[in-house]
Write a protein that binds this ligand. Structure first.
Ligand SMILES: *[C@@H]1O[C@H](CO)[C@@H](O)[C@H](O)[C@H]1NC(C)=O
Ligand SMILES: *[C@@H]1O[C@H](CO)[C@@H](O)[C@H](O)[C@H]1NC(C)=O
Length: 255
């Protein structure tokens, strides 16, 4: 008969082995990338185009998009074999202020992203939130992202133009780069994606949301930044398998 003590020791040993297995699995997880935003993230097709570009570069084995939603309101169709990863955290009508106050903790806790890329502020501007209030929300969001994962990489998009009431967008965009530089850190870099320069009303469907042209511009702007992050994560061993997958020594496309 097995004694209680022996059984206890066995269970403890088993727990240790499971713990080891778990940490081995942890080190092999894919790089988790969260597209975060409002309807410009939720109902458009730039995520699909971005995924297609990453797949064409043979990177999609090592990454995943994360977020609580898999909606595809834009009925976006990828161009290549296999499907694109529908996960995202885009929420139509949401403001940066609301997300910082109410949603960020839960969303981050559920997905634990390594990379967060967000465009937010359009709804804040239309609700009359000041640039200072929006930037303050960004700061709280970045703090919560770093609480969730100290080494998180953050990509902040400049906001695309509004056909009506664009002054608030212009003012916010002017504040984003100095804000990002001030909060930047080696451990948790913040990159600003200039998704505004050269983006006109002709790239939008309704004066707010990108059309196919606008989707291409946003995806094209995000790709080199994301590529750099993926390459660095690959070299650091955070996205295991990519070195064996042939990514070792790839050119840094941002250079
Ligand atoms: C991706 O992988 C395929 C199959 O291994 C290869 O033919 C192709 O050249 C690779 N593309 C790039 C951009 O590395
Ligand atoms: C933040 O630092 C990284 C290097 O760690 C750099 O590549 C990036 O451009 C910096 N971001 C800003 C907004 O200057």
């Amino acid at each position: 008969m097995i004694s209680v003590t022996v059984l206890f020791n066995l269970l403890q040993a088993l727990g240790g082995i499971l713990g080891l297995l778990e940490s081995a699995t942890d080190s092999q997880v894919k790089l988790k990338i969260m597209p975060l935003g409002d309807s410009i993230t939720a109902i458009t097709c730039w995520r699909t185009l971005l995924w297609d570009t990453l797949r064409d570069a043979n990177l999609t084995d090592y990454i995943q998009f994360v977020g609580s939603s898999t909606s595809n309101a834009g009925a976006c169709i990828g161009t290549g074999p296999g499907t694109w990863d529908h996960h995202h955290e885009g929420h139509g009508g949401y403001t940066a202020v609301d997300i910082a106050d109410n949603n960020q903790v839960g969303w981050l806790g559920a997905a634990r992203p390594d990379v967060v890329m967000f465009m937010l502020g359009t709804n804040d501007v239309t609700h009359g939130h000041s640039t200072a209030a929006i930037i303050d929300a960004y700061t709280r969001m970045v703090g919560l992202m770093r609480d969730s994962k100290p080494g998180v990489n953050i990509i902040v998009d400049l906001v695309i133009p509004l056909a009506v009431g664009n002054a608030g967008v212009v003012e916010l965009n002017a504040a984003i780069l100095p804000w990002a530089k001030a909060l930047n850190s080696t451990d948790s870099p913040i990159y600003v994606a200039d998704t505004n320069t050269g983006f006109t009303d002709a790239d939008e469907v309704d004066g707010v949301h990108p059309n196919a042209n606008g989707d291409r511009k946003i995806a094209g702007c995000l790709y080199p930044i994301l590529r750099q992050i993926i390459d660095q994560s690959c070299e650091a061993g955070d996205a295991v398998g990519c070195l064996a997958g042939g990514l070792e020594g790839v050119e840094d496309v941002t250079e």
